[in-house]
Design a protein around this ligand. Structure first.
Ligand code: ATP
Ligand code: NAG
Ligand code: NAG
Ligand code: NAG
Ligand code: NAG
Ligand code: NAG
Ligand code: NAG
Ligand code: MG
Length: 578
């Protein structure tokens, strides 16, 4: 585990995003002078320069890494023109696959754009390795004589990810060459919060008239609207400047790429989804171009736009359609009364009515609004009156308007370059990780134990007899309750357990989580077993005991058991990736 109090010469952060990724770094001496003196890279995109590059990666037919980012996308599009792309592996927007994978395992395979599979861990680690190497080369040009051991690395992950996904990222990073004791995992909205605290107020939209959002005691909701996730955390600044989380991280997968999906669904509705799939496979370069065009156009959508929006569309789409259906898309649309002049297709242009365009945002915005509404009914959150909007998607006028309209009594603040807040904040976090003092538990944690059987409470099915005493098994012994504040890196309450057989030589505890406050049994439907802790107990008799402690760090739960008679400590290891 990384030692948070250690100071490093240079802190480097990698934000591996769903849509865009990048890196940033700063030296300790620069950080002490100005925390925002952070170096980022400038990536050359198609037409634009940007501080993050697209999250795309290309491997050759031997699964050897070829390119990352805009380069990978361009090379793949070129390969597609030459019809050579089918042998290659091209992955894009794959980070979200870790979020709701039902059986996320170490050997899980990722499907590329053409449906070919590669181990996900190789894909993730190749990307992280590329960014790491690019960064090291970049930093060596700026700071002379730095050794590998001078770096502290920070990798960001969405706060709403569970332990399984976080462990996957950590392992991918270790595979990419990071030493685990130099690596910190930062939660994306937390990083953004740290960055915004240092920004000059004049660069923050919404901070006029002497309003100071980050003064001691102030509470604010950080909404990181990224490409994949809407990631929310609620913070309060303490008197000494450290940060306390007021409510457990929450959110969902309704980020900016939700809009892209809605656009693809619209196209599928017009030309039928099998045709879209055929088109994607046969004309990958055009397919990539189509979504690049959408990426540019969707950013200009406004709540009160009235005019139709025009997209350049590849001629090949019309050709593919005509080849299959013996008529053009234009003629096909004419037979669909529901489009009624609101969708117009000429050979290489698609024009859609303003309502249809706005509608592409509706589902995502409804989900976000619905989620925020229910969040603001929670007692702990009710009086939070500031929303700090960060992440690339937060630049959307559609999203900003929705929040202003639906939450008129909240103050909305948006920093300049909201898409970089996570990245810069991750560097700041790396210099001072102890600034996050307190978090809220996202689950109830406990271990399985037994109690004296009581037939007025316990079912007979759980009865067993040990040393002449009837006992009830599978009892959930709660250590930490969901929503409870826990000090980061500090021991939570310790509970002591005794053996039930006097000749027992070890005690084994299952470690469980549950979304309930007071789960009764560890085999209840809501409970999930994380792993187990086994402690040797020497001697004999029932008068022996062990004490179980739980500690939370950023990404990991540590469970330890201490033998009371010998003082020997045993740590549990959890493997969420099975
Ligand atoms: N002006 C805009 N209007 C609408 N959407 C935008 C705008 N600018 C950026 N986006 C969208 O924001 C998303 C990118 O934001 P960001 O870079 O924060 O995401 P990410 O870090 O890659 O994703 P995540 O944090 O979820 O992993 C993309 O889906 C992009 O289309
Ligand atoms: C989440 O899972 C559902 C089905 O289980 C799937 O339809 C959806 O696309 C997934 N979402 C993401 C972002 O992967
Ligand atoms: C994390 O979520 C996935 C699916 O959503 C689930 O399969 C996995 O068991 C979860 N892991 C933990 C540790 O809760
Ligand atoms: C800041 O104050 C909190 C309580 O208000 C305390 O727990 C924490 O240790 C303090 N941090 C520092 C760095 O002094
Ligand atoms: C427990 O059972 C063992 C035999 O199995 C016996 O020797 C011992 O005295 C019993 N102890 C108690 C406290 O009942
Ligand atoms: C049980 O242990 C406690 C403390 O460890 C000790 O004070 C007590 O005398 C012991 N009782 C027996 C019966 O051994
Ligand atoms: C075991 O040790 C813990 C802490 O060291 C102590 O709180 C507890 O009372 C001890 N239990 C017994 C039975 O001795
Ligand atoms: Mg992000």
């Amino acid at each position: 585990m990384a030692d948070k109090s250690k100071e490093y010469l240079i802190v480097a952060a990698i934000d591996f995003g769903t849509a865009y990724s990048g890196y940033a770094f700063s030296t300790r001496s620069d950080f002490l002078k100005d925390p925002l003196k952070i170096v980022t890279n400038t990536w050359q995109g198609d037409t634009l320069l940007s501080h993050k590059t697209v999250t795309c990666v290309l491997f050759d037919e031997d699964k050897k890494f070829k390119a990352f980012g805009f380069d990978a996308e361009n090379q793949y599009a070129d390969l597609a023109i030459d019809k050579k792309h089918t042998k290659y592996f091209f992955f894009t927007r794959f980070k979200m696959r870790l979020f709701n994978q039902t059986q996320l395992q170490r050997n899980f395979l990722l499907e590329d754009e053409m449906g070919k599979k590669m181990p996900a861990i190789d894909v993730f680690s190749a990307c992280i390795r590329y960014l790491r190497e690019h960064l090291m080369e970049h930093s060596r040009k700026q700071v002379s004589h730095i050794a590998d051991t001078d770096f502290r690395w920070v990798l960001t992950v969405p706060a709403i990810w569970n332990d399984t996904s976080k462990q996957f990222m950590r392992e991918a990073a270790e595979k990419a060459g990071f030493e685990s004791d130099q690596l910190l995992i930062a939660l994306e909205p937390e990083a953004a919060s740290l960055c915004c605290r240092h920004l000059p107020m004049t660069t923050i939209k919404g901070c006029s008239g002497g309003f100071v959002p980050f003064a001691p005691k102030s509470k604010y909701l950080v909404l990181d609207a990224g490409g994949g996730t809407i990631d929310i955390t609620i913070h309060q600044v303490q008197d000494n400047g450290s940060i306390k989380e007021l409510y457990a991280a929450n959110g969902g997968d309704w980020g900016g790429t939700y809009i892209d999906k809605a656009f693809r669904d619209l196209l599928s509705d017009i030309v039928e989804s099998t045709l879209m799939d055929d088109f994607q496979h046969a004309k990958m370069d055009d397919y990539i171009g189509l979504f690049r065009e959408f990426e540019v156009k969707k950013r200009k959508f406004k709540k009160d736009m009235a005019e139709k929006i025009t997209f350049k569309v590849p001629i090949a789409l019309d050709e593919t359609f005509e080849h299959k259906n013996k008529k053009s898309i234009k003629d096909h649309i004419a037979t669909k009364p529901q489009y009624n002049g609101n969708i117009i297709w000429t050979v290489d242009k698609l024009r859609i009515g303003a309502d249809i365009a706005r509608n592409l945002y509706t589902k995502a915005l409804d989900k976000i609004s619905h989620h925020l509404k229910s969040l603001f009914t929670v007692d702990l959150v009710k009086d939070v009156s500031t929303i700090l909007l960060v992440g690339g998607f937060s630049e959307s006028e559609m999203l900003q308007c929705m929040i202003r309209e639906q939450f008129p009594d909240k103050k909305l603040i948006i920093p300049a370059e909201p898409g970089l807040a996570v990245l810069k904040g991750a560097v700041i976090f790396g210099h001072d990780p102890q600034v996050i003092k307190e978090r809220r538990c996202r689950h109830t944690y406990g271990v399985g134990t037994t109690v004296i059987f009581d037939d007025s409470i316990h079912p007979v099915s759980k009865k067993f007899t040990a040393n002449g005493t009837d006992r009830c098994k599978d009892i959930f012994s709660k250590h930490v309750e969901i929503g409870q504040p826990v000090l980061v890196e500090e021991n939570q309450i310790e509970l002591t357990y005794t053996p039930v057989y006097d000749d027992q030589t070890k005690m084994t505890f299952g470690v469980y989580i549950s979304p309930e406050r007071d789960p009764m049994y560890v085999d209840g439907p809501s409970c999930k077993r994380l792993g187990s802790l086994e402690i040797d107990i020497e001697g004999t008799g029932l008068n022996r005991s062990v004490t179980v402690q739980m500690t939370f760090s950023d990404t990991e739960l540590h469970v330890a058991g201490t033998n009371n008679n010998t003082g020997k400590k045993t740590l549990a290891k959890f493997d969420f990736l099975g």
